[in-house]
Design a protein around this ligand. Structure first.
Ligand SMILES: N[C@@H](CCC(=O)N[C@@H](CS)C(=O)NCC(=O)O)C(=O)O
Length: 192
């Protein structure tokens, strides 16, 4: 098994945690460097990470890779509830990636433009939804699976990049505090 990615990508980190101690090769291929792009361009038309190769099969989406790994490593499948929460987490991360790339492209994303507003509304509503799910106990840190791994690693990515203020999300903050010292979280930490 080969996982292509970077040490900073939230989509890659969740798969590194899912792979745990299993035997695999990690290939550093950041999308922002010519070297990384040269590696990805050989087999991945999307030019996004993560990308994964096993037995001649190439997969270029974290959800697909996770599904493959659940089957291959006999990890219990996520419930529809957890898969749905995962989609909501991904919606937040995708919107922040869009805002981040727009900012780096010279756009002022604080301007009241439709596209920026759509991303921000999605982020706020999605976090409110997840906050409620943590409060009511349908998301718990003790249920460490691909969904909660994705939530904890996405929160940490947003904190390290200083993209989101979690001060009005106490349940999510408590969830994160309960997961951040786990061995697999510490060993895959985003480099400072
Ligand atoms: N839906 C994809 C999203 C992956 C993604 O957005 N990866 C980012 C890095 S975190 C990326 O490769 N961005 C480069 C680009 O958009 O060109 C997945 O789940 O794998």
């Amino acid at each position: 098994m080969k996982l292509y990615g970077s040490f900073t990508s939230p989509y890659v980190r969740r798969l590194r945690i899912l792979l745990g101690d299993h035997d695999y090769e990690f290939i550093d291929a950041p999308t922002a460097t010519p070297e990384g792009r040269a590696i990805l361009s050989q087999v991945n038309p999307t030019m996004k990470i993560p990308m994964f190769e096993d037995d001649g099969q190439v997969l270029c989406d974290s959800g697909l890779i996770a599904q493959y790994l659940h089957e291959k490593l006999a990890i219990p499948a996520l419930s529809y509830h957890d898969m749905n929460i995962l989609k909501i987490i991904d919606a937040i991360v995708d919107s922040y990636i869009q805002l981040f790339l727009l900012g780096r492209s010279g756009f002022d994303t604080s301007e009241p433009k439709i596209y920026f507003n759509l991303q921000k509304e999605r982020i706020e509503r999605s976090f409110t939804f997840i906050e409620e799910a943590v409060k009511t106990g349908t998301i718990t840190s003790s249920n460490w699976n691909y969904m909660t791994i994705s939530l904890a690693t996405s929160i940490e990515w947003l904190m390290v990049r200083q993209l989101h203020d979690f001060s009005d999300l106490p349940a999510i903050s408590t969830f994160y505090d309960a997961t951040k010292q786990r061995d697999d979280m510490v060993s895959t930490q985003i480099p400072g």
